[in-house]
Ligand binder design. Structure first.
Ligand SMILES: NC(=O)c1ccc[n+]([C@@H]2O[C@H](COP(=O)([O-])OP(=O)(O)OC[C@H]3O[C@@H](n4cnc5c(N)ncnc54)[C@H](OP(=O)(O)O)[C@@H]3O)[C@@H](O)[C@H]2O)c1
Length: 337
């Protein structure tokens, strides 16, 4: 029996994405085969297409790190899941728990191991995660990258405390998850965005106050004003170097800034710390244990990821274009009918 998979040939733009038939895969002893129901995009998938991601895509790899589907076959040694389970997988194949090691980043679905833009995917048993039951397939396909990194930002190494102020920068999926998770933890959430429409939607998903950076380019001052001069205790820096200096200036004494975004800096900057005392750490997604902790919270609070648009499997090129050019608010998802 045949199965269709998209293959990515990096550095060729959308032309480098080609659908091709291949046999339905069979699992090795520690693997399982999943019939894919939905998959979603992250910024890294554009970087992989463009050849700008630090881990180059293997030519011909099946793209996308995020997806969900039903287990249809398991290898002889598989015990963690069974045929019929609805599962997703971790971003890194082998980071199960504890601190991240260099070796963990070298194996990634959708980069150098076949990912989710296919009718079937082979997963390593260790990487598999059961998804919360209350989520639709589109929502469940949205958790792996943006969800887990937002969760880890606010949970680790010390959880955000009730009453603390969390500032989110940008409205990519990382920031949207962070708004939700910060509210679950009882924090006050301030968010930076670029339009009145996005500001309205941010308030709807839980932001207490939203600052439109097109109206208030000095948004760091607006954050200080709204916190009686104290600044934010935690910054979810989901843009990166272009806004880092403003995030520092918007921070409280001894704040924690988590640098997630990887947009390139605009130009030479002076002292990025502005003489302040604070910690900045740069993190990358999270382990399987982080993913499972997040799913427990999502289940307990019946929380749902924000999904912007859903495309059919046959329209994968249009979905890539929408994610790159359509300024989505929430996940762009591909669903199989
Ligand atoms: N380290 C990790 O584990 C990890 C995981 C996921 C993503 N990332 C990185 O995190 C970043 C965000 O990813 P994402 O998927 O959440 O969203 P995304 O779609 O890349 O976010 C785009 C949003 O960021 C804001 N933005 C972009 N450039 C900006 C600039 N120069 N100044 C101010 N705001 C700007 C805009 O929001 P507004 O229009 O609302 O201002 C824009 O809609 C990306 O760089 C991505 O590569 C890292």
């Amino acid at each position: 029996m045949n199965s269709v998979a998209y293959q990515l040939f990096p550095g060729q733009g959308p032309e480098g994405l080609r659908a091709a038939p291949r046999p339905v895969p069979r699992p090795g002893p520690t693997q399982l085969v999943v019939r894919v129901r939905a998959a979603s995009f992250n910024r890294r998938d554009l970087m992989l297409m463009d050849g700008t991601y630090p881990l180059p895509a293997t030519p011909g790899v099946v793209p996308l790190s995020d997806g969900v589907g039903e287990v249809i076959a398991v290898g002889d040694g598989v015990t963690r899941v069974a045929v019929g389970d609805r599962v997703t997988a971790t971003y890194y194949l082998h980071w199960l728990r504890g601190p991240q090691r260099l070796a963990h980043v070298l194996d990634q679905y959708g980069a150098n191991h076949d990912g989710w833009l296919a009718e079937h995917i082979v997963l390593e048993e260790d990487s598999v995660v059961i998804v919360p039951d209350h989520l639709t397939d589109a929502e469940a396909a949205s958790l792996t990258c943006a969800g887990v990194v937002a969760w880890k930002t606010l949970a680790d190494p010390a959880p955000v405390l009730p009453g603390e102020t969390v500032l989110t920068v940008g409205t990519g999926s990382v920031a949207l998850f962070a708004v939700r998770f910060a509210r679950l933890r009882g924090a006050r959430v301030l968010s930076i965005t670029s339009s009145a429409e996005k500001a309205k939607r941010l308030r709807e998903i839980g932001a207490d106050e939203v600052i439109d950076r097109t109206e208030l380019p000095d948004w760091e001052q607006a954050v200080l004003d709204r916190t009686d001069g104290a600044g934010a205790d935690h910054v979810v820096e989901a843009v990166g170097p272009p806004t880092l200096a403003k995030s520092v200036a918007a921070s409280a004494f001894n704040a924690r800034i988590t640098l997630i975004g990887a947009f390139p800096a605009d130009g030479p900057a002076g002292d990025p710390f502005l003489g302040r005392y604070l910690s900045i750490r740069r993190i990358a997604v999270g382990s399987r244990a982080d993913f499972e902790d997040m799913n427990r919270a999502i289940t307990a609070h019946r929380l749902r990821p924000v999904v912007d648009r859903v495309f059919p499997f046959e329209a994968a090129v249009d979905a890539y274009r929408c994610f790159r050019e359509g300024d989505p608010f929430g996940k762009v998802v591909i669903e199989r009918g």
